[in-house]
Design a protein. Sequence first.
Length: 267
Amino acid sequence: MFIFTQKVNTMDFIKITKNKEPNVALIELSRPKDLNALNLQLMGELKDALRELDADDSVRVIVLTGNEKAFAAGADIKQMADKSAIDMLKIDQFSTWDQIRKTKKPLIAAVSGFALGGGCELAMTCDMIIASETAKFGQPEIKIGVMPGAGGTQRLTKALGKAKAMELVLTGRFISAEEAHNYGLVNKVVPVEMYLYEALNLAKEIGNMSPVATQLAKEAVNRSFETHLDEGLYFERKNFYLAFASEDQKEGMKAFIEKRKPDYRGK
Ligand code: CAA
């Protein structure tokens, strides 16, 4: 059967292409100037795109990617820098993340370059990760006076184990694609020119299976840790908001924007 590749959307920060492979849709994050920093509009568009594709019978598997330099360098620091804890609570960005997490069809992240903070968390929210050799994973929030807020403390710990997760979360260090693969965070590491092809290929293979069985199987695998995840995410979220009550958060994010070293006072 011959299938046309269709570009289908007009969103600002997301590009959707259907039938990249039979039954496969591709979503590209597209804010390249800001290394695909995840602002509220982008995340809203991503949520809407996933909801539409989830309801579309011509799509069985979804691949999510960025560009060669960045999958996503985290939540948008410029958008959060002057927010209070109550502002953050009211904005309630994580309800969008909750809906993304509930996508029923398999979601494969094709990661090259930076997958940091919310970017790493978004990749981990996907069901599988194919990485290019240049990919870098990390939770550097500690360097800007906050902590992971979109599942990092929970999912990274489950994937890497406590010691390594603690190291990454408390130092903000990055790990390479190869190291992430050794820890089981990533399914496969391939040369940079192959990562998208490899992810689409995996999606095509899964797209040949029964969509009903695929959905049920995904749900069951996720169930193996979700009971505890809900509690963990709730706990993490409260602490993330609390960090916005600190002067250190203001200082850390301001210093990033002004391209200088932060001066933390522990307040
Ligand atoms: N938010 C907003 N803007 C960002 C950004 C982010 N997370 N990451 C990068 N950018 C912007 C930079 O400000 C810069 O914009 P200008 O050209 O207007 O100055 C542009 O993208 C390019 O970035 P750099 O010049 O810094 O590029 P680099 O190659 O020198 O460094 C980097 C790349 C190491 C990824 C560096 O950009 C960086 O450290 N980014 C921030 C990473 C981070 O702290 N992420 C966590 C965010 S908080 C979070 O995600 C909370 C959560 O859990 C939900």
